[in-house]
Design a protein around this ligand. Structure first.
Ligand code: PLP
Length: 431
């Protein structure tokens, strides 16, 4: 359902759903079904031939998930979305939808570790090369590009460095030669709208801020509908040449009656069909529940994180605080250009006592949860050197921005006094 608003606060509550025509239910129903009765054989044939869009089988689409897809697309100003079972599935699909064996993509080095593994190992095994470049200089993307480069990939606000990615600069380099920029916006929903800066595709782990309650793993791809795939037919063969897996469909042609959605339709009708990373309708419902309060939650996440960063900056045992609100120079300029309404909930700091102090600090926390997650309504903490980054040696850890005494926080929605009190007692215990 189209909503006559551009405001995120309204879109997250109203886009894609009004009331159930059968029952009047205001909350989106959980359509916990695998399959859908066809009206007749002609209807069934039309659905399979994409002459008509509709429900066939929940691996390919589901009405509850469809509401979430419409809502995310509306929120980001995109043309359409595809919700999948995890953020990892969304990242993998975002690349596999354009690149096949022998092709490459260029990616920022500043990535979530799971994405790094996917790119450096699994996609490599599939014959897709990922060329990692330092995002500090956008021109690095151009230098790594060749005739088989199909996409650029980056995160808006990657941890642990929390240096905002130069979206417009890299998107512009790609658009000149037919290369779309895929942005993982997991850490900065509401704060950053990557399509406004020229990105073509957005990836989310909805597990984090979008769901917000730490209750459902999920992922999404959003198609900006803003990329001219046909103009760069040679560069983008996946969308411009007959697809043998769908009776020779040329996706840019096939979607013409529907809209500029070649990318997302191909992802649904081939990758989701074949690889099967479908979202459960119940998880889509939980994610929708979270999404309805996302703008409000981001406000509180950001206000609390700014207060924590300022407070930590005054502590003598802390040698460095990492948060865009305390950055200076180019990183701060990028944060101010791309983030609106706050600097995010993620925050890092370094303890002068090194790894030992880091471990003691984590063990002393009472309110913060010690988990390998971010973006929960509750405050979270982890000591990367002894957990997420423990497989790397110290030099490799340092190159990713993780020093022995580095602690990562995801600041939640609790009262700021209680957050600071817990940090205070844990810092005192760490010595
Ligand atoms: N992208 C980012 C930035 C993440 O932080 C994560 C998970 O931590 C993912 C993608 C993967 O998402 P998921 O855990 O939902 O598969």
């Amino acid at each position: 359902m189209a909503v006559n608003s551009k405001n995120p606060e309204t879109l997250v509550l109203h886009a894609g759903w009004r009331a159930d025509p059968a029952t009047g239910s205001v909350a989106p129903p959980i359509y916990q079904t695998t399959s859908y009765q066809f009206r007749d054989t002609e209807h069934a044939a039309n659905l399979f031939a994409l002459k008509e869009l509709g429900n066939i089988y929940t691996r390919l689409g589901n009405p509850t998930t469809d509401i979430l897809e419409q809502r995310l697309a509306a929120l980001e100003g995109g043309a359409a979305a595809l919700v999948v079972s995890s953020g990892q599935a969304a990242s993998a699909f975002s690349v596999q939808n354009l690149a096949k064996a022998g092709d490459n993509i260029v990616s920022s080095t500043d990535l979530y570790g799971g994405t790094w593994n996917l790119f450096a190992n699994t996609l490599k095994d599939q014959g897709i090369e990922v060329r990692f470049v330092d995002p500090a200089d956008p021109e690095n993307f151009k230098r790594a590009t060749d005739a088989r480069t199909r996409a650029y990939y980056a995160e808006t606000l990657p941890n642990p460095k929390l240096a905002v990615f130069p979206i417009a600069e890299v998107a512009a380099i790609g658009r000149e030669v037919g290369i779309p920029l895929i942005m993982d916006n997991t850490a900065a929903p509401i704060l950053c709208r990557p399509f406004d800066h020229g990105a073509a595709i957005i990836v989310y782990s909805t597990t984090k801020f979008i769901g917000g309650h730490g209750s459902a793993i999920g992922g999404a791809l959003i198609d900006g509908g803003n990329f001219d795939w046909e103009k760069f037919a040679e560069r983008q063969p996946a969308l411009n040449t007959p697809d043998p897996s769908y009776h020779g469909a040329v996706w840019t042609e096939a979607v013409k009656p529907i809209g500029p959605v070649a990318y997302i339709i191909k992802a649904r009708t081939t990758l989701l069909r074949d690889l099967g990373s479908a979202a459960s309708p119940f998880n889509s419902f939980l994610t929708l529940q979270g999404l309805e309060t996302l703008p409000l939650r981001m406000e509180r996440h950001c206000a609390n994180a700014i207060a924590v960063a300022a407070w930590l900056s005054k502590r003598p045992e802390i040698t460095k605080v990492i948060h865009p609100s305390v950055q200076t120079g180019e990183p701060r300029a990028r944060a101010d250009k791309y983030l609106k309404g706050g600097y995010g909930a993620l925050l890092g700091f370094e303890l002068s006592g090194g790894a030992e102090a880091g471990r003691k600090f984590i063990d002393a926390l009472k309110l913060f949860y010690h988990v390998a997650n971010i973006g929960d309504a509750r405050s979270l903490a982890i000591h990367p050197a002894s957990t997420t980054h423990s497989q790397l040696d110290e030099a490799a850890q340092l190159s990713t921005g993780v020093s022995p005494g580095y602690v990562r926080l995801s600041i939640g929605l609790e009262h700021i006094d209680d957050i600071l009190a817990d940090l205070d007692q844990a810092l005192n215990a760490a010595g």
